[in-house]
Design a protein around this ligand. Structure first.
Ligand SMILES: CC(C)(COP(=O)(O)OP(=O)(O)OC[C@H]1O[C@@H](n2cnc3c(N)ncnc32)[C@H](O)[C@@H]1OP(=O)(O)O)[C@@H](O)C(=O)NCCC(=O)NCCS
Length: 146
């Protein structure tokens, strides 16, 4: 069974360890800061009592910045990412959000395909944005249904 769990401070370790075991994007301090940010929302995708995906986003007026969107490697390409994204989109629609924004490495072909499948379009580029020197593509999706 799949469900969505809203994360709070008690789930800090769970989030940090999930990241450590997947893409190791943020240090412990970065996770601490993320939890402290205003208007941050963190959701876990739960499958058979296991958190297999996490999405972190920040509401800024009528826009949402997706800061983190990851499915555990073992569960990828089975529709779980789409489930989490559809949840996020529905939630944003309820909050009257107009636009979803994110950054993704130009080298991340799979994530690019994933976001394209949700009609995100590239609206800009940040050169040498990542540690490995790759560019970040700035992507957005306009939400029309309200
Ligand atoms: C990007 C990510 C979240 C996708 O999650 P997922 O559960 O694997 O995605 P889904 O199974 O729902 O796939 C949805 C669509 O994404 C694309 N996609 C997903 N995996 C793909 C792959 N291995 N190759 C090509 N396209 C792929 C396809 O368009 C797919 O649609 P289809 O199944 O009809 O072909 C996951 O790959 C991930 O966590 N990657 C590492 C972290 C990351 O890069 N996050 C984004 C950083 S901004």
């Amino acid at each position: 069974m799949i469900s969505i769990k809203q994360m709070n401070e008690k789930d800090f370790d769970l989030c940090y360890k999930f990241d450590l075991n997947t893409i190791s994007l943020w240090s412990k301090n970065q996770w601490v800061n993320e939890f402290k940010k205003r208007d941050i929302q963190i959701f876990g995708l739960v499958f058979e009592n296991l958190v297999i995906g996490i999405c972190v986003f920040q509401v800024i007026l009528d826009e949402v910045q997706i800061n983190y969107f990851v499915v555990n490697q073992e569960f990828r390409n089975r529709g779980f990412g789409s489930f989490l994204m559809n949840f996020l989109i529905r939630r944003c629609e309820k909050l009257n959000i107009n636009k979803l924004l994110l950054e993704v490495s130009q080298k991340n072909v799979i994530a690019e395909k994933f976001y394209s499948s949700f009609a995100f379009s590239t609206v800009g580029k940040r050169r040498n944005y990542y540690k490995d020197g790759s560019d970040a593509l700035l992507k957005e999706k306009i939400l029309t249904t309200k």
